[in-house]
Design a protein around this ligand. Structure first.
Ligand code: AMP
Ligand code: GLY
Length: 432
């Protein structure tokens, strides 16, 4: 099989790494890839969201299946572009990717199909947003309708924060057109869980569980980011809950999309709050999570290329995938300034030293090779450093040992990935 991976982040690096372990895969291409991916795949100088060029490359290179990492190409309709040309793509078409690209669509969809989610109102102006906040009662959450790289969500706990949120969304228009409509949502509390599954439009294959850390700073403080770390398995999901999520959220969503003529193929990611009243959907994503995938896919003991091909064909052959019974922790190493404008161009050292440690894998994201061969920072989330272990405790120790070996000016990371999980489990008794 010849496989093309679209994207340039650590998630895509992890996918390429998994494809290299898949039986029957002869060629792996990436567009555009990054310096880490270039060690394992042929990188094409094509942007992931340049749909005609990507499709031409897939046709020229006789690619058997194209796997889309980020949401943007999907929201732009790469699924439709490939379908028109008779090319195979793992990912939903544009009208199905709307589960991620429009939070208002996703919310209405949940209501239509009885999928549990937070109560909300859609606001198109400052006045409507203020009225919605009053009606729901503070605290509430403001969410840009469109794509915002995980940064379009603001918590509103006080009248001051309400005035600020209205300023950010409707006066500054920080999220541009993506913020034309704003979802004002009741604030839920509980443990957050990311749940992903692969679907061919009808059948559903769950992906191993994970826990993602979205806030920038220690103790879940600071602004939302794309994700500062993750571990797999999630471990705090009580027995039976996986099945509950599958049956009350994922299966009804896949069936609902089919019933609406928006057949959903690819990865369906549900971001959930486990409330006292049961799971509630916070968001849907139409692709693999980043950084969850970096942690999860290191546990994959199965042929991802074949599963992706079969899902794209609407013909999944299996009801489950095999995952190693071990823990993986992923620590995102970020550049100064992230999640705002990051510093760029700082020399990165120690990646090979980190990789030399037993159990450490380093995936590249915001990195670039200068002409003289020096590896430098080139984005907010620079590297994902993963550690494997028989327990989460061990996996975290390994991952942080890797992080310690890496250096660049302005390097920072969250020191407390997994800490809450270890605390709720009692670290000594914990077994992955
Ligand atoms: P989203 O992109 O919708 O998943 O939101 C980003 C983050 O904001 C989530 O991971 C939660 O931590 C938080 N969040 C979103 N919606 C809510 C809600 N209704 N109640 C509490 N926290 C929320
Ligand atoms: N880590 C959250 C996401 O991929 O959306």
């Amino acid at each position: 099989m010849r496989v093309l991976v679209l994207g340039s982040g650590a998630r895509e690096h992890a996918v390429v790494h998994a494809l290299r372990r898949s039986e029957g895969v002869s060629e792996v291409y990436a567009a555009p890839g990054n310096p880490g991916i270039a060690r394992a795949a042929d990188c094409l100088p094509v942007a992931a969201d340049d749909l005609p060029s990507v499709a031409e490359a897939a046709a020229d290179l006789k690619v058997d299946v194209t796997i889309v990492g980020p949401e943007l190409p999907l929201a732009l309709g790469i699924g439709d572009e490939f379908a028109r040309r008779g090319l195979r793509l793992f990912g939903p078409r544009r009208d199905a990717a709307m589960l991620e690209s429009s939070k208002v669509f996703a919310k209405d969809f949940c209501r239509r199909h009885g999928i549990p989610t937070a109560d909300s109102r859609c606001a198109r102006s400052a006045d409507e947003a203020a009225a919605a906040a009053r009606e729901l009662g503070l605290p509430v959450v403001f969410k840009a309708d469109g794509l915002a790289s995980g940064k379009g969500v603001l918590m509103v706990r006080s009248e001051d924060e309400l005035a600020q949120a209205i300023e950010v969304f409707f006066v500054q228009r920080r999220f541009g057109d993506a913020g034309d409509k704003v979802l004002v949502e009741e604030c839920l509390s509980g443990e957050e869980v990311s749940y992903m599954a692969i679907t061919d439009g009808t059948r559903v294959v769950p992906i191993a569980t994970s826990h993602d850390y979205k806030r920038a700073h220690e103790g879940d403080q600071g602004p939302n980011t794309g994700g500062m770390g993750a571990h797999s398995p999630a471990l705090v999901i009580p027995p039976g809950t996986s099945r509950l999520i599958l049956n009350s959220v994922v299966r009804p969503a896949v069936a609902g999309m089919a019933a609406e003529g928006r057949e959903y193929r690819g990865v369906l990611y549900a971001g959930l709050m486990m409330t006292a009243a049961g799971p509630r959907v916070l968001e849907f994503n139409c692709r693999l999570g980043d950084p969850e995938t970096q942690a999860i896919f290191l546990r994959l003991d199965d042929n991802f290329a074949a599963v992706a091909r079969d899902a794209a064909d609407g013909a999944l052959q299996t009801a489950s995938m095999q995952w190693r019974k071990e823990a993986v922790a992923c620590i995102v190493v970020a550049a100064e300034g992230y999640p705002g404008s990051p510093r760029r161009g700082d020399q990165i050292t120690g990646v090979d030293d980190a990789m030399a440690l037993a159990g450490v894998t380093v995936y590249h994201a915001g990195t670039k090779l200068r002409e003289d061969g020096t590896l430098v920072t080139a984005g907010g989330r620079v590297l994902s450093v993963c550690g494997r272990g028989s327990t989460l405790d061990e996996a975290l120790g390994t991952a942080y040992a890797g992080v310690e070996r890496i250096d660049f000016t302005g390097k920072w990371y969250r020191p407390d990935i997994g800490r809450d999980t270890l605390e709720s489990l009692g670290a000594s008794a914990e077994r992955a």
